[in-house]
Write a protein that binds this ligand. Structure first.
Ligand SMILES: Nc1ncnc2c1ncn2[C@@H]1O[C@H](COP(=O)(O)OP(=O)(O)OP(=O)(O)O)[C@@H](O)[C@H]1O
Length: 221
């Protein structure tokens, strides 16, 4: 699925959080959003994932303008296509590792629902096999990051939006996360990564610079 930002800008509370960005993110390509702290990488990632609506400009999915999409249509996009791995991992710490992959519990809520075989395959691919019954709170930062990726593998997401996946990881875990992301891209996923990590940025196919900008108040017209 092709995600495209066309000259988008986002103003929040009278300040510009993201200034005039255009970028095309394609399937099987890892696109890095790079730039100094506060330049708007996370904001651009959120706009591309339809989590935030730009103040001006367009976000296109497969060439279709999403500007007028309501909540139901955006939710369909998230359900059917997109997976997010966010800075706080998006992990439910008081739930089991298995639940965090499928996000489905059984009818009686005591067992994990969903496709158990597929869940186990996703955990094996991310090196978390045999951890399925543990609480997610017991996992390390690197393991939680991999758990977020396991969820996207389980969901077979065609779009994967990842915020700072290697921040605060040791070298071994960082390399492992990078390999997993590259594997997802090889399988056809449209992968967009906001990052400061030079090793991860170098591993991406495309580097998009989100230029720093001043945060002067937006002038009322
Ligand atoms: N909800 C918000 N309310 C007000 N300002 C915001 C909000 N979200 C982001 N901003 C501002 O928008 C700008 C861009 O923030 P963003 O988090 O996208 O930057 P970033 O490049 O991802 O930064 P970092 O590398 O430090 O994570 C910053 O000046 C930030 O303070």
């Amino acid at each position: 699925m092709i995600l495209e930002a066309v000259d988008i800008q986002l103003d929040i509370d009278g300040r510009t959080a993201l200034r005039s960005q255009s970028v095309v993110c394609r399937p099987s390509v890892m696109t890095a959003l790079v730039g100094p702290s506060g330049s708007g990488k996370t904001t651009l990632l959120n706009c591309l994932g339809l989590m935030q609506k730009p103040t001006s400009g367009q976000v296109l999915l497969e060439g279709v303008d999403t500007t007028s999409w309501g909540d139901a249509r955006r939710r369909r996009f998230w359900r059917d296509h997109a997976s997010f791995v966010l800075q706080d991992y998006g992990i439910m710490l008081e739930e089991s590792v298995a639940f965090n992959v499928t996000m489905v519990s059984s009818l009686w809520g005591r067992r994990v629902g969903g496709d158990v075989q597929r869940m186990r395959r996703a955990l094996a691919m991310t090196g978390l096999q045999a951890r399925e019954d543990e609480l997610a709170a017991h996992l390390s930062g690197g393991e939680r990051q991999r758990l977020g990726i396991a969820r996207s593998i389980y969901r077979d997401a065609t779009v994967l939006l990842v915020d700072e996946p290697t921040a605060s990881l040791d070298i071994a875990n960082r390399d492992r996360v990078i390999e997993l992301l590259q594997e997802r891209a090889r399988q056809g996923c449209t992968l967009v990564v906001a990052s400061h990590d030079p090793v991860l940025i170098e591993a991406c196919d495309v580097q998009h610079l989100v230029a720093a900008h001043d945060v002067a108040p937006v002038m009322a017209s």
